[in-house]
Design a protein around this ligand. Structure first.
Ligand code: UD1
Ligand code: CA
Length: 454
């Protein structure tokens, strides 16, 4: 049977106390519901249906590029009613996996096993045993241990409230069965809602087997209702990432102080100091060292490169054995060749720094191409912008730019050329030339400084 996934995400999320719909709150930089959508696709779902209600427009806008079918549930009349809104778009011969937009960490292996257990004649239910089951639907079993029904907290007897095996809400069932059962749900219960959980009793009556499985970790089925739960799932997720990195051979100064909001891949013997944040796609080759408090987004860092404390790098490609920071800011379009150096309080943007070249102190280079083994002195500024247009600066191999130079682009400094400190360079400098463009120094003899009146 083909697999289709229905994600329930119509609820309001009042306890988040937020203008943002709950399922759009980010976990590891991605909206909660995006984690669930991604998991659904990884499972090979033919179609992913998402039931939306509260904040539907915001969800549609934020997730515009996602391969999902939206089903609108205008009034939140319960989980059974929610699934019914998606059902018309579900192929009648498919197997349906029901997930929750606010349960972001349920894993692929857990769901694969659940889906594998389900068929036209078997409903597979994910349950979990909790020390404190309050709030959840309880799993009722007969004397032989077979599941007979789920009873919601608000409908449960005091004896049923003592049951610690609870419904996670996640289940796999044939679409044909849902088409039969959902129209027969009633809202005759304590909450006046159409409970999806009532299909369990119907399955038992129709001779459909109900099998249960439990997730490998209880946190997989934890939902987010408030910001405390969101932060606790964030920490669990980050802890898992940290464990994975260490298993793959990275050293983390403190696994509790590294955050990965995207994908981070590491080579061997990578060392990451405390309070680093990695976002988007980042790869660190063998022997890369990252100092404390670095923020690295969408970057590839070559082997043996050292990034010192408090550096911020975004959309950059860094070669091997480079030296960066402390306090460097590499903006989008920065490319450093092997052995290049960018030091403290240097900002780069759309700039190529050739092999072995150094930009060591207090400098801005933007829209710039620097050749090999050039030296850019302290306080150099590329004046790349006239308020409307951006212009390019080219600094050729072996050039030496004296301190406090302004390079007014478009401009080229030739091979092995030298620029005297304090110059404002407005015209090209040829190969092997010295350019000095500053007021000549004049020394005045016997200069009398002004004196204060007594
Ligand atoms: C439901 C289950 C309960 C289970 C619990 C696990 C039912 C009747 N009960 O509880 O057995 O222990 O989940 O968390 O199914 N939603 C909609 N539309 C609605 C109602 C809910 O889209 O009309 C969505 C919510 O956005 C949420 C999910 O369904 O993502 C679960 O709803 P929630 O109210 O949190 O769960 P309960 O109904 O309390
Ligand atoms: Ca509820």
């Amino acid at each position: 049977m083909n697999l289709e996934v229905v994600i329930l995400a119509a609820g309001q999320g009042t306890r988040m106390r937020s203008a943002l719909p709950k399922v759009l709150h980010p976990l590891a930089g991605r909206p909660l519901v995006k984690h669930v959508i991604d998991t659904a696709h990884r499972l090979g779902a033919q179609l992913v249906h998402t039931v939306i209600g509260h904040g539907a427009d915001q969800l549609r806008a934020r997730l515009a590029g996602e391969a999902v079918r939206w089903a609108e549930q205008r009034e939140q009349l319960g989980t059974g009613h929610a699934v019914a809104q998606a059902l018309p778009a579900v192929s009648p011969d498919s197997l349906v996996l029901i997930l929750y937009g606010d349960v972001p960490l349920v894993s692929e292996p857990t769901l694969q096993a659940l889906v594998a257990a389900a068929s036209t004649d078997t409903l597979a239910l994910l349950t979990v045993t909790l020390p404190d089951p309050s709030g959840y639907g309880r799993i009722l079993r007969d004397a032989a241990g077979a599941v007979v029904a789920i009873v919601e907290q608000k409908d449960a007897s005091s004896q049923q409230l003592g049951i610690t095996e609870v419904n996670t809400g996640i289940l796999a069932v044939a679409a044909s069965r849902l088409a039969d059962w959902l129209p027969r749900l009633s809202a005759n219960n304590a909450q006046g809602e159409y409970y999806l959980t009532d299909i369990i009793g119907m399955a038992v009556r129709d001779g459909v087997a109900v099998v249960t499985q439990q997730p490998a970790n209880a946190w997989e089925v934890q939902g987010v209702n408030n910001r405390q739960q969101l932060s606790s799932l964030e920490r669990i997720y980050q802890g898992e990432q940290a464990n994975r990195l260490m298993a793959e051979g990275a050293t983390l100064a403190d696994p509790a102080r590294v955050d990965i909001r995207g994908t981070l891949t590491t080579g061997r013997d990578v060392v990451i100091d405390v309070n680093c944040v990695f976002a988007g796609d980042v790869s660190l080759a063998d022997n890369v060292e990252i100092g404390p408090n670095c923020v690295i987004t969408d970057a590839r860092i070559g082997s043996g490169t050292v990034i010192k404390a408090n550096s911020v790098i975004e959309s950059a490609e860094i070669g091997a054995n480079c030296d960066i920071g402390p306090f460097a800011r590499l903006r989008p379009g920065t490319r450093m060749a092997d052995g290049a150096k960018v030091g403290n309080f240097v900002e780069t943007k759309k700039t190529v720094i050739g092999p072995g070249s150094k930009v060591n102190h207090l400098t801005y280079v933007g829209d710039c191409e620097i050749g090999a083994r050039a030296n850019i002195g302290a306080g150099t500024i590329t004046c790349n912008y006239d308020g409307v247009n951006k212009f390019k600066t080219i600094i050729d191999d072996g050039a030496f730019i004296g301190s406090n130079t302004s390079l007014v682009a478009p401009v080229r400094v030739g091979k092995r050329a030298t620029v005297g400190a304090g110059s404002t360079i407005t015209a090209d400098v040829g190969d092997d030339q010295l350019a000095v463009a500053r007021g000549r120094q004049s020394n005045i003899d016997g200069w009398q400084r002004p004196t204060k009146k007594q």
